[in-house]
Design a protein around this ligand. Structure first.
Ligand code: ASP
Ligand code: MG
Length: 407
């Protein structure tokens, strides 16, 4: 069971979490609980680091930001003991979660579940584990897994313990067909395939850290997203993220995602010769800019071409500066850009076996007068780049088109 920041935001909420845990223990499960820091706490800790010095050692940043989870794990252990359950807290280094030394966004190398399993064996002791933290074995230093990393802690621990399920308790009751704030008729999904969830998380659905979904898929950990705000005695259904073979009624499109975090760059009249794409995208890759959609057109004069691509909005200025630096090697003449764009995507494993899924969307968007600036497709999703002003209209149009609206 994993509880996010809003679920442990106050001592009162932590006592409520203890009641959710007790229900599962009484149902016969051995339980390991992973907790986040209280909502807002990690931001506060990050702020203190910046205040202490504009340039701080990442290893010390990890020492500071890991402390939020230490507090909640201890408090939950106390609350569980108060419920009459044997329980103890485990810090990341005690389990241990062995990680890389990439301080601030370390990757888990190995989780040793032996101590926790021994506690189950000896006295059905609930393990309350601080999420987000690990240790780099060689240096013995505390690491953290990147923002939102306690989801990943939970899935990794579930895999190590060979858990039946990983339940992620949060402040929403599951995964929706799209953002209910944009489409009030969005529906909670009962089941989503790992691959679909991976696309949705990558495309900006904030329920789970992307890396946690990758891990769940890799280790086939059924992951259940549900609300901690339910009555612990009467929990409501959430969304199970599972293997696509375990989904009976598969619709062609499962969800519509959108990301405002996009910017478009167009290079006009670059030389149409071998090596140009490498000259453009090599330096961007070296600078860690994640290029997404790429379109190259055949131009009228055969000697030059136009190339359009998208980058994360946060990398827009930096990308333009990098292109300027390589103006000569690219043979660049004119650069155009737009930041008032949004990427709208439709996702569904059913697309593998159905033709014409995307073309229906192009027609529907055209009927609403929405111009498409760029398109990409993959096996289980397609995305269109459009003017940001049309975001809501486009999302609603596609949501209805694929029959996702709640009746
Ligand atoms: N407390 C950490 C954060 O706010 C980790 C997490 O909540 O998943 O990013
Ligand atoms: Mg989170």
């Amino acid at each position: 069971m994993k509880f996010g920041g809003t679920s442990v935001a106050t001592v009162e909420r932590i006592r409520n979490v203890a009641r959710h845990v007790r229900r599962e223990v009484e149902a016969g499960y051995d339980v390991a609980v992973v907790v986040s820091a209280m909502a807002g706490r990690t931001n506060e800790l990050v702020g203190w680091c910046k205040e202490a010095a504009p340039l701080y050692a990442p290893s010390e940043y990890d020492v500071v930001v890991a402390s939020g989870e230490q507090v909640t794990s201890g408090l939950l252990a106390i609350a569980l003991q108060n419920e009459g359950l044997p329980a103890r807290s485990w810090q990341g280094w005690q389990v241990p979660f062995r990680t890389s030394d990439g301080h601030g966004s370390a990757r888990i190398a190995e989780v040793d579940g032996a101590g926790i399993l021994a506690g189950f064996e000896a006295k059905r002791e609930v393990a309350v584990v601080s999420g987000f933290q690990g240790i780099h074995a060689e240096t013995g230093r505390i690491t953290t897994l990147g923002r939102g990393g306690s989801d990943t802690s939970a899935v990794a621990l579930a895999a190590a313990l060979k858990a039946e399920r990983c339940d992620i308790y949060t402040d929403v009751d599951g995964v929706y067909t799209t953002d209910p704030r944009i489409v009030p008729r969005a529906r909670r999904l009962d089941r989503v395939a790992f691959e679909e969830m991976l696309e949705m998380a990558s495309l900006g659905a904030k329920v789970l850290q992307v890396r946690s979904v990758e891990l769940a898929m890799l280790h086939q950990v059924p992951t259940y997203v549900r609300s901690s705000f339910d009555d612990p005695a009467d929990p409501k259904p959430g969304t199970l993220i599972c293997d696509e073979d375990d989904i009976m009624e598969q619709s062609v499109v499962t969800g519509i995602a959108f990301s405002r975090d996009e910017a478009q760059i167009t290079l006009r009249r670059v030389a149409d010769k071998p090596g140009v794409a490498a000259a453009i995208f090599g330096p961007l890759a070296d600078a860690n800019v994640n290029v997404d959609m790429i379109i190259q057109v055949v131009s009228d004069d055969a000697a030059t071409t136009d190339i359009t691509f998208t980058v994360p909005a946060a990398d827009y200025e930096r990308s333009r500066a990098i292109l300027e630096q390589h103006r000569e090697t690219i043979g660049l003449r004119e650069v155009q850009g737009a930041t008032d764009v949004v990427k709208v995507s439709a996702i569904g494993v059913g697309m593998r076996s159905h033709a014409g899924v995307a073309s229906r969307a192009f027609r529907a968007l055209a009927d609403k007068g929405i111009n498409i600036r760029a398109i990409t497709t993959s096996e289980i999703k397609f995305s269109v780049l459009i003017d940001a002003a049309y975001t809501e209209l486009a999302v609603r149009t596609l949501h209805s088109l694929y029959g996702l609206d709640r009746a």
